[in-house]
Write a protein that binds this ligand. Sequence first.
Ligand code: NAP
Length: 495
Amino acid sequence: MPADNFFEPISNNGNPPIYRYFNGASWVESKSGKRIAIHSPIDGSVVGELQSVTKEEIDEVIARSVEAQKKWEATPLNERVKIVHLAADWIIHYQDQLIDLLVREVGKPVGECKSEIKRTAEFTDYFADEVQSIRGETLESDNFPGYPKGKTAIVSRVAQGVVLAIAPFNYPVNLAGSKIAPALLMGNSVVFKPPTVGGISGLYLTRIFEKAGVPEGVITCVTGAGSDIGDYLVSHPKINMVAFTGSSDTGMAIAAKAPMKPLMFECGGNNAAIVFPDADMTLTAKEIIRGAFSFAGQRCTAIKYVMGFQSVLDKLLPVVTELMKTMIHMDDPRKEETKMVGPVISVAAAEGIERAINEAVSEGAKIAVGGHRKEAFVEPTILTGVKPTMRIVSTEVFGPVVSFITIDNMDDAAAIVNSQRFGLQACLFTTDEGTGMRYASLLNVGTVQVNSSPQRGPDHFPFLGVKQSGVGVQGGHYALEGMSRLKPIIINEPK
Ligand code: NAP
């Protein structure tokens, strides 16, 4: 059983606490003397302060990480597996602390924080089980035309080396764990750069992996603004792979600075819902509400626009509006009765969402529901009469807003989806699965959901984006494979 002072070293335990970064061996304050105050989106109160590390400190952390990785990869897999299982157990053991912190730090409703933490523990366990089925293969030369027997390729999977893991604010625990666990299991060391807002939760998660027995240097956590330390980290010659989740703009900027490094990127999305005339309107409405408004629409998989014939949207809108009254309760995210919508991440973000709504209205859209903002709280909003070229659709507006777009024939919906810069997911609603299958093949997105809102998971399903929504594949064994590379050794029979 872990001790009660488990998290004590990670801060000075002041009020508010000043958090340290983890250099792989100990929890330390940065020589920069620069700190970043983390304000709760709920009421602006300071949750704590994070260090802003220097380039020299990054160099030191990465050097330790390089050194430790070799020994870690040589550690028997069954020992690595035990450590990761223990980390999963301790995520659950400390879930109340993690949930309380997450709610305050990112303003996510408590119910959704509970599922983020539970799911992180569940997939950490799953990865630790699944890694045992990852294995190489042997190939014989004579399978290829013209080759005699005599060459055998033993193809094994080896670690990439030092993986830089960068997580976003909206799932700072889940989307950190989904990189850290598979990277460690495949024998990599991890340099973790948490988001600034959400960074405290990231430090707690790091502490859990450290205390579960990840050896010195194999996991490290450096804090600081992405705009300040990010470029230095991603372009560092000793970083062998970058695993990133965040916006498409940041992702593309980072990709350009990490030439020839393997990338696993999950980026932005503006996911469509396409409603066929035969759809079950109640199911469709429920999924659109969940899809558009969970965590105040701050999800890469959020539904951002709904398309259908005018007659279909006319039937759907009143069902959605009615169900929103019971499915959503906008309030303080710490209250159990709050459902789906608390504050967005900051007042500045809320103002940006409000501007995007007003701009759409000035271009002819109508507000059917919501539209108001108070501090960081934006009412769940439905816009009608939206055109696909309006900024509210063509960019990722990260808030509780969904746009209804009328189409004249069903093929137009596919053309609109395919014209977007994003390609994460799309969803179709129809009672005919054959229609769903046929139409799904027209859509150039990572995943198509038939009769469900877009989502990541179950976590062993592949999760990927096309176009500017990402590169590489996450989820279950796909992530484990992505965190490793093939290494063939070819045995040539003596002539
Ligand atoms: P963001 O602003 O792009 O930041 C993401 C992460 O990148 C943060 O840790 C950020 O650090 C860091 N960063 C910023 N500039 C950097 C640089 N130059 N070099 C290296 N790292 C840098 O995204 P966000 O606002 O946190 O998250 C929301 C976005 O993530 C949305 O676009 C959403 O769709 C996307 N997302 C995608 C998925 C998916 O699975 N496809 C899942 C969740 C979220 P700081 O916080 O210090 O700036």
